[in-house]
Design a protein around this ligand. Structure first.
Ligand code: ZN
Ligand code: ZN
Length: 394
């Protein structure tokens, strides 16, 4: 449908303006008052209805009514920035010290506003309706859950969902292409905390103590055998201990210490298995060595699993916009996490990759102080989202 392609291309300059404004005014987590106000003002100008701010504390929703109230497609963009000091030197760089849109969520927001404009321009062709979902707090992986708890998938009930991520998350792609994946695409992510209790004392009389650091080392070694010896080599899993803290003095055995880490898995079953084994190994090892261990978890998003039928519809819709030869399968998942997975766990849908690199020395990884995106292709993201909304019922 070259019509949407043309309209999307014509809007690129406007999306660049929106994106640059958002880029200059980054906000973190749920503290997104200016971002919410900016989105709500644009949506009002565009003619979206039922605009609500403060959904899930820092999010915005709105409705675009097509031929009837149902079915409802949710289109989601995350809107939050990162606690990073920007070093791009761009004319529209962050105006807030220590905060930066270093993951491209400014572009996601601009592209969803662009898709909204395209859909309002083509309302007569829209079957059912669209719920626009601007989500806060993705970088702390809790915003989607907070929005869902706040009822974002109800009133009206959302029947399908779509979203994208821009940037360089997957290599081997060029700007102007679209990447899709029919299998689990990003990992479940949880944090674990192991608090080990022993009995402190003098470093010269270890036999009179229960050394928690010694217990912690055994637990650390035990944890390393979960992925190497207990899970299938064909099922990706990661277990990383990123913090091991205890004691402060060379000759004092402390009374306790703490290990903190993260686990990643591509299936809910493996995720549960890792949680169980971490808990058992920590508790039983500590007991064996005369101490005790308490294990707690911060549960993050589940694995991101797209719906196969929706993926096929996305491939067709994106092909209409960028050309079928530029819509390519992502060769392998990433063990990074993304809380779009929480929406996809509740509602069938699809998440796709919107490559936006330059192919030169301006490319830096996500979350880097010099991270930047190629604005010339904002139209491919907005166009693909809009075309998907117009055709997912066909
Ligand atoms: Zn990020
Ligand atoms: Zn991101």
């Amino acid at each position: 449908m070259t019509d949407i392609k043309q309209q999307a291309q014509n809007m690129n300059t406007q999306m660049v303006e929106w994106r640059r404004h958002l880029h200059a005014h980054p906000e973190l987590g749920y503290e997104t008052p200016q971002t919410m106000a900016f989105i709500a003002e644009r949506l009002k100008e565009l003619g979206a209805t039922d605009i609500r701010t403060g959904v899930g504390k820092g999010g915005v929703t709105a409705i675009i009514q097509g031929s009837g109230p149902t079915p409802v497609l949710g289109i989601r963009a995350d809107i939050d920035a990162l606690p990073v000091k920007e070093e791009t030197g761009l004319s529209f760089a962050s105006t807030v010290e220590g905060r930066m849109h270093a993951c491209g969520h400014d572009a996601h927001t601009a592209m969803l506003l662009g898709a909204a404009k395209l859909l309002i321009q083509n309302k007569d062709k829209l079957k059912g309706s669209v719920k626009l979902i601007f989500q806060p707090a993705e970088e702390v992986t809790s915003g989607a859950m907070t929005m869902i708890a706040d009822g974002v998938l109800e009133n009206p009930k959302v029947d399908g969902v779509v979203g994208l991520h821009t940037g360089s998350l997957w290599g081997g792609f060029k700007s102007g292409e679209i990447g899709y994946c029919e299998t689990p695409m990003m990992a479940a992510c949880d944090f674990f905390y192991i608090h080990i209790k022993g009995k402190g004392g003098h470093g010269a009389t270890p036999h009179l103590t229960v050394d928690p650091i010694s217990i912690g080392c055994q637990i650390y070694s035990g944890l390393q055998t979960i992925v190497s010896r207990e899970t299938s080599p064909l099922a990706p899993a990661v277990l990383t201990v990123g913090s091991f803290q205890g004691g402060a003095t060379p000759n004092i055995i402390p009374p306790d210490c703490t290990l903190k880490g993260t686990l990643r898995a591509l299936t809910p079953e493996l995720r549960r298995e890792l949680q169980d084994r971490i808990t058992h190994i920590a508790q039983e090892t500590a007991r064996l060595m005369r101490g005790s261990a308490t294990v707690t978890f911060d549960y993050g998003p589940p694995p991101l699993i797209p719906d196969k039928a929706m993926v096929r519809k996305l491939v067709r819709a994106a092909g209409d916009v960028v050309g079928p030869e530029r819509v390519r399968a992502i060769p392998e998942p990433t063990m990074g996490a993304e809380d779009m997975a929480c929406f996809l766990e509740k509602v069938p849908g699809v998440f796709f990759f919107h490559p936006s690199t330059f192919g030169d020395d301006r490319d830096y990884p996500h979350h880097h102080p010099k991270f930047s995106i190629n604005e010339d292709v904002l139209w491919t993201g907005a166009g693909s989202l809009a075309q998907f909304a117009l055709t997912w019922q066909d």
